[in-house]
Ligand binder design. Structure first.
Ligand SMILES: [Zn+2]
Length: 177
């Protein structure tokens, strides 16, 4: 069973994958990949399934679930609700209507999640370590390099000017003579 994660959340993609995998396996879906579009938008947990097996050029035939993740501050108390929401949306993928889903409607409380590994959680993305750039220093060094380059060139040109001045003076003398 393949899972694709489109991750717009603050959580690490791999940890989202690890979290969703047991659910996908537990629900024993047909062998199509599932694309989870993960984001933070509203404060409550929301899910939306693309009904049935859809086709995209990127993923081929797949199930689709859009999932609104809880913010990190409230993740622990809402972990169970994520599991329930995924199961609910997955049931839609399978073609079930609300009246056929355990818990019915958009109420997901009746869904059993006791089998879900409690230790699984979502890790935050690592903040990329950025070394602050000293722009002024960088620009100074660039300017210094450029100056050395043109100084070198100007010495060479000064030599050429002298050389041709000498030649011109020589021929001028010849012409006058
Ligand atoms: Zn629903």
């Amino acid at each position: 069973m393949k899972i694709f994660i489109e991750n717009k959340t603050k959580y690490e993609t791999q940890s989202i994958k690890d979290f969703l995998k047991p659910i996908v396996e537990h629900e024993a879906m047909l062998d199509y990949p599932t694309v989870f579009e993960c984001y933070h938008k509203k404060s409550n947990i929301l899910g939306r399934a693309y009904f049935g097996v859809v086709y995209s050029s990127k993923y081929g035939r797949h199930y689709g679930v859009k999932l609104n993740f809880p913010k990190p501050e409230v993740l622990n108390e809402r972990k169970d609700l994520i599991v329930k929401t995924v199961i609910h949306e997955y049931a839609h993928c399978r073609g079930l209507k609300h009246k056929d889903i355990r818990g019915g409607g958009c109420v997901v409380n009746d869904i059993d999640t006791s089998w879900f590994p409690k230790e699984l959680t979502l890790n935050m993305k690592m903040a990329s370590v950025k070394v602050p750039r000293d722009l002024r220093k960088e620009r100074y060094e660039k300017a210094l390099k450029k100056l050395k380059e043109v100084e070198k060139r100007s010495i060479r040109y000064a030599k050429l000017v002298k050389k041709w001045q000498k030649k011109v003076r020589y021929y001028e003398k010849k012409v006058k003579a």
